[in-house]
Design a protein around this ligand. Structure first.
Ligand code: HGY
Ligand code: MN
Ligand code: MN
Length: 418
């Protein structure tokens, strides 16, 4: 078997793209897109599909106590810490097919290139699919990676509940039963990789606007998630005069206006999103008793996040149209800067394919935001059309994807021969 001069040249672009389209069939939406919520049947089937691909390459498959799935290609010295590559296979409810899947399948393509080029490496190489990165079903997101990196407690994650009242622990147990039946080895505990690499779509417009197929990511902005409940009093919509009302929607509206005013003081760089909003009893002719909504707050600066966190806590102590407020912090994740040496190693590979590539800070969070606390971590981005993501219109150019995977493979080759 001829050994290629570089691992990047051994990447089989066609096979990678076929894999991308194949995985997208698991949880495919009509007319397009992906609905693969964490630990649902589609997510579980996608994990089993990944295990099957890895085994075909001679890899051993493992899962850990949080359901993270690993494919391991042994190195000449199995006692060395593995080089870890990966991302996530779960998706938003009405998503595109590339968010997260790109990074997992890129890792699979690298395993395939290692196998087919008989590339010698001392340390093992593992590809991981992290559990519940998106947090769309079980909030907050990045359960598997935050647990693995010691950033979140097991019990806290296992106790999270989805909108249908299903506990994470029970959904995980169903997944583990499937993986056991598939003879996937149980390796419960986290380990310290030599490094973690993640390739992801940019989910923003910069690379497309520059015409750059791949770039290095040097960090990720911070992200806080909150759940806010406004408690009022249900009553008859037709007979209750305004002065006698404690309307939870009116209260929520006043609070949200004040929250947005606090955010506006920090200018354009803050990202403030209310993605979920429910009213109880949710009837046309009953004044809402309760309003519950989510907040996703992001910023590159810890100081700004802290200042807004304090402002939100203060506003939550006030009453709004006679309603009281309960504010729960689902997660506070600080901004991270990736390991500078690893960033430069990745960038040396990137510049072989995109000499003018910038280094970006990610607006979206990724599993790498937690792995950065466990080992040297860095990311690569590739462009997606108009920066659209978390939407079925998410789209990437196959040629760009192949270049990005080759850049990743080139960096892996450098790290394995260091
Ligand atoms: O929300 C995020 O930033 C990621 O796409 N889950
Ligand atoms: Mn993602
Ligand atoms: Mn996402």
């Amino acid at each position: 078997m001829k050994r290629s001069t570089s691992l990047a040249e051994s990447i089989d672009g066609q096979r990678f793209w076929d894999d991308m389209l194949k995985q997208a069939e698991i949880g495919a939406l009509i007319p397009r897109g992906l609905g693969r919520l964490a630990l649902d049947d589609n997510d579980n089937n996608a994990r089993c599909w990944l295990v099957e691909q890895g085994r075909a390459l001679g890899c051993e498959a493992f899962y850990d106590a949080m359901g993270n799935v690993f494919l391991r290609r042994e190195g000449r010295d199995p006692n060395l810490p593995p080089l870890l590559i990966g991302s996530h296979l779960d998706s938003q409810p009405n998503a595109g097919i590339y968010d997260g899947t790109l990074g997992v399948l890129a890792g699979l393509a690298v395993l395939r290139a290692l196998q087919e080029s008989d590339f010698p490496h001392q340390q093992p190489v593992e590809v991981v699919s992290w559990t519940n990165e998106e947090g769309a079903r079980f909030a907050p997101g990045a359960s598997g990676s935050s647990w693995f990196a010691g950033q979140r407690e097991t019990a806290r994650i296992l106790g999270t509940v989805d909108d249908d009242g299903v506990r994470f622990a029970d959904a995980l147990s169903t997944c583990q039963t499937l993986l056991d039946a598939d003879k996937v080895s149980y390796r419960p505990y986290p380990f310290t990789p030599s490094a973690f690499l993640e390739l992801h779509i940019e989910q923003g417009p910069v690379l497309e606007s520059l015409g750059v197929p791949v770039c290095t990511v040097k960090g990720i902005q911070g992200v806080n998630w909150y759940s806010i409940t406004v408690n009022g009093q249900a009553n008859h919509a037709g007979t209750t005069p305004e002065h006698a009302r404690r309307d939870a929607f009116t209260g929520a509206h006043g609070l949200i206006t004040a929250l947005r005013e606090a955010v506006a003081e920090h200018g354009e760089s803050v990202r403030f999103t209310i993605g979920k909003f429910t009213l109880e009893p949710n009837a046309t002719n009953t004044i809402p008793q309760q309003a519950t909504f989510s907040i996703d707050l992001r910023h590159p600066s810890t100081a700004v996040l802290t200042s807004l966190d304090n402002a939100f806590q203060r506003l939550a102590t006030e009453t709004w149209s006679g309603c009281s407020v309960e504010l729960t912090v689902s997660s506070r994740v600080s901004p991270v800067e990736f390991d500078k040496k690893l960033v430069e190693t990745l960038d040396a590979s990137v510049k072989k394919y995109a000499p003018d590539a910038p280094k970006l800070v990610s607006g979206a969070f990724h599993d790498a935001i937690h792995l950065a606390h466990q080992c040297p971590t860095a990311m690569l981005f590739m462009p997606c059309r108009s920066g659209i993501s978390h939407h079925p219109d998410e789209y990437i150019e196959r040629e760009d994807a192949e270049i990005a995977v080759r850049a990743l493979a080139d960096a892996v080759g450098t790290l394995l021969t260091r």
